[in-house]
Design a protein around this ligand. Structure first.
Ligand code: SF4
Ligand code: SF4
Length: 371
């Protein structure tokens, strides 16, 4: 398992985490065994926006003795008093639900306390007016909550909350369908490609890690019949796509039990070919043309350039990320070593003129273009 460090913290988070929205399909015993199996295989990050109350006690039993080795995202606004998920902004209910979740998980602290499901301006107003955000901040001051997070599908609102500088983590839906499709066709595909990519870059620049929900577009992308591209992608392609986006720390597939977990864990041993998602270049719409998505499908470069990484650092640096230039400087082979062979131009499914871009990147980092 590979781990990525939370920028504002010491936590090292597994690139594969678990979502909890589908696990209720299993009985309590299997849920407990599934979580134990995930931990044994190096998964240490669990989102707890469950569809039902049932999984909490099973999670509590599975983490007994290893609490300090796992991280939970708990949602302030997810309410389980009826036995199934409900959304609430009533502060008393929020408090009761958080206390209940802690008691079920047999813990007294929350690694990541989330402002839950803010998709509309009215959601944000309600979370504010009810005192939920203040309550989260108080718990953080008391040390009960270690980091503040936000779950949302709406870039514009995320940007507004990022402006406040309170977030250490964002739970956001990332997949090729949401990034490249019109929201009138696909639920949650909110914001243009540019707006969404700028958000990921802003998160990386400001040290806000991203945990990814809906990496498979709610399963839509895995089936040609339901995929908005009319072609299916695999789970591994979708996971790699999300992991390649700036700011992303972990992807949280919603599994139903041990069988799903075993398949997802296969990602760690999957070949580069199995994870290669560049096929989306053949069906992403016009606005993806000429935009580098850092997929490295154009490799190998005869001059040894890591084309995807060089492009990522360039985009981040231009977005104002102070660290990106330093990361670029540390690369052994930089853009100015491009021999303009054109191999990458021929291989790139997104039709990026990479040979020209390397000249642009080289000029930028050598101070000849600060644009
Ligand atoms: S140039 Fe094309 S193939 Fe290469 S990393 Fe960028 S998008 Fe991928
Ligand atoms: S054009 Fe430059 S970056 Fe692309 S493959 Fe050739 S040497 Fe590598």
């Amino acid at each position: 398992m590979e781990y990525r460090k939370l920028p504002k913290g010491t936590e090292k988070i597994s690139i594969l985490g678990l979502g909890t929205s589908s696990i209720q399909a299993s009985g309590e015993k299997e849920i407990e065994e599934t979580v134990a199996m995930a931990i044994e295989n190096g998964i240490n990050f669990f989102d707890m926006a469950s569809s039902e109350a049932k999984p909490f006690a099973a999670y509590g039993r599975a983490i007994a003795g290893v609490r300090d080795k796992v991280y939970f995202q708990l949602h302030f606004g997810a309410n389980y008093e009826t036995g199934t998920y409900g959304w609430t902004t009533d502060l008393d209910k929020v408090k009761r639900s958080v206390d209940w979740q802690l008691s079920m998980l047999k813990t007294d602290y929350i690694d990541f306390g989330f402002i839950h499901c803010i998709d509309e301006m009215s959601d944000l107003c309600l979370a504010e007016k009810s005192g939920t955000i203040d309550y989260l901040m108080q718990l953080k001051e008391q040390g009960v909550v270690r980091h503040i997070g936000l779950s949302s599908h709406t870039p514009e609102l995320v940007n507004q909350i990022l402006d406040r500088g309170i977030l250490d983590i964002l739970m956001f839906s990332i997949n090729p369908a949401y990034d490249y499709q019109d929201s009138t066709e696909v639920d949650y595909a909110i914001g243009s490609v540019t707006e969404r990519m700028n958000l990921y870059r802003r998160c990386e620049k400001e040290g806000v890690g991203i945990s990814v929900m809906k990496a498979f577009g709610g399963g839509q992308l895995l089936n040609a019949r339901t995929s908005p591209f009319r072609k299916a992608l695999t789970e591994y392609q979708c996971i790699q796509y999300a992991l390649d986006k700036p700011g992303v720390l972990t992807v949280l597939p919603g599994i139903r039990g041990k069988e799903d977990l075993e398949r997802i864990l296969g990602f760690c041993k999957a070949s580069e070919e199995e994870k290669d998602y560049s096929v989306i270049g053949t069906f992403a719409p016009q606005d993806a043309e000429g935009v580098c998505v850092y997929c490295n499908h154009c490799q190998p470069c005869p001059a040894g350039l890591n084309v995807g990484l060089i492009n990522k650092y360039y985009d981040l640096s231009r977005a104002g990320d102070q660290l990106a230039r330093g990361h670029y400087e540390k690369l052994e082979i930089k853009a100015d070593q491009c021999i303009k062979c054109g191999h990458c131009n021929k291989r790139c499914p997104f039709h990026v003129d990479q040979a020209a871009r390397m000249a642009e990147i080289s000029a930028y980092f050598n101070g000849k273009d600060n644009g």
